[in-house]
Each structure stands twice: as C-alpha cells, then as structure tokens.
Design a protein around this ligand. Structure first.
Ligand code: NZQ
Ligand code: ZN
Length: 389
C-alpha cells in the first residue's frame, strides 16, 4: 500500500561530463555576491576551483570565499559562515564539495538571518525556517549523502557531543546541483567506499520497514543491484565512467525523498551512527558500515519476511530447501562478504570507539519508531558491543 503524501523536488540537476558549463545558465538568475563554500582544499588540487572562479568572473560576480569546511561540519564553523554571508550581503551560496560542504551551505542559508541561535532552533528544537533563506547551488565532488538533492543538513556540536541532522523542507533544497562523475575520480579510496556504503545504508534504512507491498521497495531493490554491481567495478578501476556515473545517480535517488514516499522508514543505523560520529568524528559511511550488520542481525527476527525477500531479490540467494531464517541469514552473509570485498570498516573499534563511550553514545542516539523494533537503551548498547568485534 502507498500511504498518503505530497511530493515535489525543486532541485534542478545538471548531470554529465560537461555539466559545469551549466553554471553559466544558473548564475544570471542570482545577484552579484556569491559565497563560494568549499572544504579543505581538494578542489584546488583538482583544478575545479580555478574553473569555477573563471566562470564566476566571466559572469561578473563578486566572490567571497568560505573555505575550510571540515568533514562533519561544526557549529562553530556555522557561526563563522553566517557572519561572512551577512557581512557581504550574499545572494547565492555556491557549495563545491561533498555532503559536508553542501550540508554546511544549507545550514548557513537558513541561519544567516535567524534571530536566535540556529543550533538551538534548527538542531535541538527542529523548528521550521521563518526567516530569509539564501539560495544554495551545489557542485558535487564526493558521492554518497544525497545532500545535492535534499533538505538534509547535519551539524556536529563537539562540546555537547551531539551530531544532529535537520531535514529541511523543499524551500531549503539546493536550487540546482551540478553532477560530473569525472570530478569524483580523485576521491581517496577510503572516502570513496565509505560513500558507497552511505548510499547502501540510505536505501536499507528506507527498505527495512513495513511489510506492505510497496512500489518503492521494488525501486530500491533495483538501486541496490546497480550499486553493488558498479561499486565492485569502481573499487578496481576508479576511473570507469560507466560505474562512477551509475553510482553518482544512484546516490542521488537513494536520498532525494522519492523512495521514502508513502512508506515507513527506519533510520536507526544513522541515529546510532551520528552519535558515534559526535564521539569520534569518524567518517560517516564507515561508521554506518561497522554497525549495520550487528543492527540488522538483531532486528531480523522482527522483519523476517522482508529480510528473506532482500536475500532472494538483492543477493540472489537460492531459497530451495531452506527455512525463512536460513534464507534471511544467508542474505546478510552475502552482504558481509561484499562489504569485506570492497574494503569497508567492519568494527567500531577501528574508528576509535571505546567501551566507556557506550552509555553516552546510546543516550545521544535519537530513537525512532519506523523500523521493525523500537530499540531500548540496553539494546543499543548490545548492538554497540556486537560492533566491536
Ligand atoms: O575537504 P576536502 O579537501 O574537499 O576533502 C574532502 C573530505 O576530506 C574529500 N573530497 C571530496 N571530494 C573530493 C575529495 N577528495 C578528492 N577529490 C574529490 N573529488 O572527501 C572528504 C570527505 O568529504 P565529506 O563532504 O565530508 O564527505 P561526505 O559527502 O560523505 O559528507 C559527509 C557529511 O554529510 C552528512 C554526514 O553526516 C557528514 O557530516 N550527511 C548528510 C546527509 C544529507 N544531507 O542528507 C545524509 C547523510 O546520511 C549524512 O548524514
Ligand atoms: Zn548517510
């Protein structure tokens, strides 16, 4: 069954090897002052920075730079960005980078003219925006989060040991996003495979929910198959355009709100993952990979039929002569073998988690109710223990 919903996605996508040229079509729509937001410098070494500066200058723009956005952007950096955007009366925020840069740009966009502390309003109290929003455009260089076509914006507050994502409405989605698969060739292998698992996790968080027959589940099985196929090729040959372009587009569809429509979703792997991120600052996709199998093995009995379907439809498990449980378990074993094959981190120990953090991580994990099992504090601790192996 498809539940009731409203749906629109206002982000215009320009996809392909020549997509950066379309910046020339978008820039005239906005005023003169551009805040160019980027990370720790990869766009300078790859040459993307020079190309963008050239296009901005050709379009007569005044450029204000806001570099140094760190992976898992912090609330302190957000305050700094807001000041720069306000002081320079910015008309468009151009985010060039991965999910961290795009998320940060959205946070600056809604926070610059916010009259109170944006951390309190948007992240602690999860309120809607009721002030001026600065438009955001993205040039994506790292694939995984889906931030290029959604309203998600995750900010970390290290002092409070909290990492929180606000999913803003479509008034905050990027106005446009430029997706050139070639820009992703230079991502280091560790980041690249972390991004692959982030995509997989987004799909699984939305797939493992209610048992109704739902069109989205069939779409997600297709997205998963494409991802598994292309990621195996990309780890061997990162410059395989066919694989990288398929992965880039799969990532966008995995979290542009489309497949979630009309169904329940889980998101507990992300909730626990964000809490681990607040304690360790580890790479988002690797945290998800280290806790996913312990989580899914724990909830499998509560959603057995879906895990059986996953095993058969996604991992091609032959069901003949096997119990439902055996089939479901075999699916998760195939997933484990795939994860090891592409080089994912399989233990939170390797990400800096120690047992004395467990209680705080469990307390910092927002408990959602869309999955097969509403977790208790002790069950989160159990999953964390299993993730240390
Ligand atoms: O900072 P630079 O120098 O640019 O280097 C980055 C960074 O170190 C590097 N990189 C990016 N593109 C590159 C490149 N290096 C070489 N060549 C390129 N083409 O990659 C590193 C990681 O970048 P980052 O943006 O942090 O990665 P990702 O895209 O995985 O973003 C992670 C953040 O997004 C949040 C995560 O929690 C985390 O804070 N998420 C956002 C979501 C959303 N908006 O919906 C959903 C996700 O579940 C996730 O929570
Ligand atoms: Zn994610």
């Amino acid at each position: 069954m498809i539940g009731n919903f409203s749906y629109s996605n206002p982000t215009k996508i320009y996809f392909g090897e020549d997509s950066l040229n379309f910046l020339n079509e978008e820039l005239p729509k906005y005023g003169k002052n551009i805040l160019l937001v980027y990370g720790g410098g990869s766009i300078k070494s790859t040459g993307i920075y020079d190309n963008i500066i050239k296009i901005l200058k050709e379009n007569g723009k005044e450029i204000f730079e806001d570099g140094g956005v760190m992976p898992n952007p912090t609330v302190e950096k957000l305050y700094e960005g807001c000041k720069r955007a306000k002081d320079n009366n910015v008309d468009l925020i151009l985010a060039v980078g991965g999910g961290s840069v795009c998320d940060y740009a959205k946070a600056v966009s809604v926070s610059t003219y916010c009259e109170e502390d944006p951390w309190d309003k948007y992240y602690l109290r999860m309120e809607d925006v009721d002030n001026k929003i600065i438009p955001v455009g993205c040039v994506l260089t790292m694939v995984g989060t889906g931030s290029e076509m959604n309203g998600g914006s995750v900010i970390t507050n290290h002092a409070a040991k909290l990492k929180i994502g606000h999913v803003f409405g479509d008034n905050v989605f990027p106005k446009f996003s430029i997706l050139n698969p070639v820009f992703t060739y230079t991502i280091p292998q560790y980041q690249m495979v972390a991004g692959f698992f982030d995509i997989m996790s987004h799909i699984l968080e939305q797939y493992f929910s209610n048992e109704d027959d739902n069109t989205s589940d069939y779409i997600m099985e297709g997205l998963l198959k494409s991802l598994i196929h292309s990621s195996k090729i990309a780890v061997k040959n990162p410059t395989d355009y066919e694989a990288r372009s398929n992965i880039m587009w799969t990532a966008t569809w995995a979290l542009n709100t489309f497949v979630a429509k009309g169904k329940l979703t889980d998101w507990m792997v992300h909730m626990i993952g964000h809490s681990i991120g607040a304690y360790t600052n580890a790479t988002h996709g690797m945290i998800l990979s280290a806790i996913s199998l312990p989580y899914y093995r724990f909830i499998m009995p509560y959603g057995l039929q879906k895990f059986k379907r996953y095993a058969i439809n996604v991992w091609n498990v032959n069901p003949e002569g096997k119990t439902d449980e055996e089939i479901a378990k075999e699916g998760l074993s195939q997933m484990e073998a795939y994860m090891k094959e592409i080089g994912l981190v399989m233990s939170i120990k390797d990400l800096g988690v120690t047992e004395d953090m467990f209680d705080g991580i469990a307390k910092g994990s927002f408990i959602l109710k869309g999955g097969y099992k509403t977790l208790s504090h002790d069950e989160i601790i159990h999953i964390l223990k299993k993730s240390m192996i």
